[in-house]
Design a binder for this molecule. Structure first.
Ligand SMILES: NC(=O)c1ccc[n+]([C@@H]2O[C@H](COP(=O)([O-])OP(=O)(O)OC[C@H]3O[C@@H](n4cnc5c(N)ncnc54)[C@H](O)[C@@H]3O)[C@@H](O)[C@H]2O)c1
Ligand SMILES: [Fe+2]
Length: 386
């Protein structure tokens, strides 16, 4: 047996309505002054109100920072750190999609340790300690509530990561009722992101790929595959929403310990430069990267094919089942209403070489890919996806 290390969030509360009781859940952890990190859209929807009332009832003063944008920038992180300092925050609560959770993670780190973000980028470079940290996801996608990763956009277009178990939160509060009004397009994109996490974790060549991650990835694909269409087209279905939130968390646990690879590496330049939502960026390159990987990963893809699409169990042979899995993923994205080509999201062909060059900067991820990716390969994949 290969040795491995598996880390995850130490307490996970999974209960519809839990965010309205958050004060009692976090009281002993976060102290009496928290920075509440969220985005303006969620604030306008009123989704934060029950949580804010609950914090007030528990005697916790919340200073709201609602300036997080999609693919959050370093400038936003700096503004949130400043807000936390002014409030003398004793803890941080991230409430939102991956963007808000990722900002909350680095704010807790930078305020707790006083370290500089430039020395924290990369794997295992954060020093800590961090402030107490609680994360409440409102999308079923990134799994950020159980991952040691925060992704921040630097210099307008480069997505950089801080990866360290120090930024795993103390508590994750999963309240699927928060996702009932998530619009279909965001439900589809974030749901595909979660499926990609499970697929890339399962086939990851990272030396820490491990039996727990593989098991979690398969369970995640079963939940996500069976419920994603219902969540997109019948958004108020509580059972489907619960399954998606659980599935995205399990996929997060899987890839937190068996990291993602070339789908994410090639998706980042699409999100960073063209501001295409993260899940959609993944969906656009997914089938093309998996076809490229198939010579080395067909047996992995064949093993998980029927988890996501049970009828593929009858598909004979490793190559056939793997190929059918890839086709079904492409069909699923189309069925969910996601755009399928880079040209559909306004990316001109002239940008592809620059994107291939940028993708090669994601060495942390490319090293996990089942097949080595050169800059020429990345360009061919983008051309196929265009
Ligand atoms: N830390 C990690 O492990 C990890 C993993 C994958 C992706 N990411 C990062 O996460 C970010 C993407 O996060 P995301 O896909 O969750 O989206 P997001 O946080 O950027 O949010 C997208 C939009 O959805 C809206 N929204 C969120 N929840 C809603 C709800 N319940 N109802 C209505 N609207 C809602 C937001 O207001 C926002 O406009 C990217 O920056 C990506 O790089 C991080
Ligand atoms: Fe992702």
């Amino acid at each position: 047996m290969q040795p491995f290390v598996f880390s995850t969030t130490s307490q996970i509360v999974f209960r519809p309505g839990a965010s309205a009781q958050i004060g009692g859940l976090v009281k002993t952890k976060v102290g009496d002054r928290v920075l509440f990190v969220t985005d303006p859209g969620l604030r306008a929807l009123g989704l934060c109100e029950p949580a804010l009332s609950s914090l007030a009832e528990a005697g916790i003063r919340a200073t709201i920072f609602d300036g997080v944008e999609a693919d959050p920038s370093l400038t936003t992180v700096e503004a949130a750190v400043e807000a936390a300092k002014v409030a003398a925050a004793t803890g941080v609560i991230g409430f939102g999609g991956g963007s808000s959770l990722d900002v909350a993670k680095v704010v807790a780190l930078l305020c707790g340790s006083g370290e500089d973000i430039d020395s924290a980028w990369g794997v295992g470079n954060a020093k800590g300690p961090r402030l107490p940290l609680v994360l409440v996801p409102t999308t079923a996608g990134t799994g950020s509530e159980v991952t040691p990763v925060s992704i921040i956009t630097v210099g307008g277009d480069e997505k950089r990561g801080v990866s360290s178990p120090i930024i795993l939160p103390d508590i994750a509060v999963l309240d699927a009722d928060l996702t009932l009004g998530l619009p279909p397009a965001i439900t589809a994109a974030t749901g595909v992101d979660a499926m990609v996490h499970a697929i890339e974790a399962y086939a990851s060549k990272n030396p820490n790929n491990n039996p727990l991650s593989k098991m979690l990835a398969r369970q995640a694909l079963q939940l996500l595959g069976a419920n994603i269409e219902k969540a997109v087209f019948e958004g108020r279905d509580r059972a489907a929403r619960g399954a998606m939130l659980l599935g995205s968390m399990l996929a997060g646990q899987a890839f937190a310990n068996s990291p993602v690879a070339a789908v994410h590496a090639l998706a980042y330049p699409i999100g960073g430069t063209f501001h295409v939502p993260h899940g959609l960026s993944n969906a656009l390159v997914l089938p093309h990267v998996l076809r490229f990987n198939a010579p080395n990963a067909a047996s992995d893809y064949a093993e998980i094919a029927a988890d996501a699409f049970p009828d593929l169990a009858t598909e004979q042979g490793v190559q056939g089942r793997s190929a059918a899995f890839v086709e079904r993923l492409a069909e699923l994205s189309a069925k969910l209403g996601l755009q399928s080509r880079l040209s559909d999201v306004g990316i001109g062909q002239e940008h592809l070489p620059g994107m291939a060059r940028d993708a090669m900067k994601q060495t942390r991820l490319l090293g996990n890919n089942p097949r080595e990716v050169s800059e020429e390969d990345a360009l061919s994949i983008y051309k196929a996806a265009w």
